[in-house]
Design a protein around this ligand. Structure first.
Ligand SMILES: C[S@@+](CC[C@H](N)C(=O)[O-])C[C@H]1O[C@@H](n2cnc3c(N)ncnc32)[C@H](O)[C@@H]1O
Length: 183
């Protein structure tokens, strides 16, 4: 997407970056997902669709992927990039509403949440309210995967999740930490 840089800068408070995730970061985020078993996957913050595309190529056709994107330009870009993809539901709106969408689709349990939301820039109260909704929708053996460019939300994640494993990739600009959280 030629205009990714421009759009990301214009909406830096919600994009939290100036470039899409590298293939190394995407691999680090997705490598522990059991795509054979997953029935429902939720993506928070599709952006230009770089992670969405990799999830689509790895998942089974019957697996539902709900990808949320707040920014209209990124959403429209993804709409054009992915059309008629089996199981993909692109949603233009805030992840704060994800529970309502799942309820309307009668989806109670989610196997994996993959979030690239810039939580380091979010208010703690907003993070608490997002994760407060994630936990009851997550399978007992499900995982919440979040990458960030700093450790500043580790304590907050630990407050919500029993297990928070960390991985890191230097092969991204900037280098990123991947948090893999279980309840
Ligand atoms: C760091 S970018 C990640 C984009 C892409 N997934 C990647 O890894 O390169 C974060 C994305 O989250 C989106 N976003 C931020 N707040 C959001 C919200 N409340 N609901 C849905 N998407 C949101 C932004 O518009 C942006 O596209």
């Amino acid at each position: 997407m030629d205009s990714f840089f421009k759009e990301a800068i214009l909406s830096f408070k919600t994009s939290g970056t100036i470039r899409p995730s590298s293939k190394y970061l995407i691999h680090a985020c997705l490598k522990d997902i059991d795509f054979e078993r997953a029935e429902n996957i939720i993506e928070f913050g599709a952006g230009n669709g770089c992670i969405t595309s990799e999830i689509i190529s790895r998942k089974r056709k019957s697996t539902n992927l709900y990808s949320f994107e707040l920014n209209e330009k990124f959403y429209n870009h993804c709409k054009k990039r992915f059309h008629n993809e089996d199981g993909l539901h692109l949603i233009h709106g805030s992840v704060l509403e994800f529970d309502k969408i799942l309820e309307s689709q009668k989806i109670n349990s989610v196997d994996y949440f993959i979030s690239s939301l810039p939580l380091s820039l979010f208010e703690k109260s907003t993070i608490n309210s997002i994760i407060g909704k994630v936990i009851p929708h997550m399978n007992n053996d499900g995982m919440f995967i979040q990458y960030l460019y700093s450790f500043n939300r580790y304590k907050l994640l630990r407050k919500h999740f029993n297990q928070v494993a960390m991985d890191m990739t230097l092969l991204n600009l900037p280098p990123a930490i991947i948090f893999k959280c279980k309840k």
